[in-house]
Design a protein around this ligand. Structure first.
Ligand code: SF4
Length: 70
């Protein structure tokens, strides 16, 4: 899973930080979203997907990894 955040779309609601504080943070100066991690554990995937769906600014993009080819 790859996750990116668009600070231009973030409205500083803080919902992502409330839902997944180990992954998302807010900048101390402008309160805009920052990622705390660059790689993610499988047990975090569900919470990250939910945070993306709930983000009021549509600022969190999740790209799922392609399944391994047999
Ligand atoms: S939920 Fe979305 S709008 Fe709110 S702080 Fe996180 S990225 Fe920004």
């Amino acid at each position: 899973m790859r996750v990116s955040v668009d600070r231009d779309r973030c409205c500083s609601s803080g919902m992502c930080v409330l839902n997944v504080p180990e992954v998302f943070d807010q900048d101390e100066d402008d309160s805009l979203v920052r990622l705390r991690q660059t790689s993610f554990r499988p047990d975090q995937f569900g919470d990250i997907r939910l945070a993306s769906q709930l983000c009021p600014g549509g600022a969190i993009t999740v790209v799922e990894d392609e399944p391994a080819q047999a």
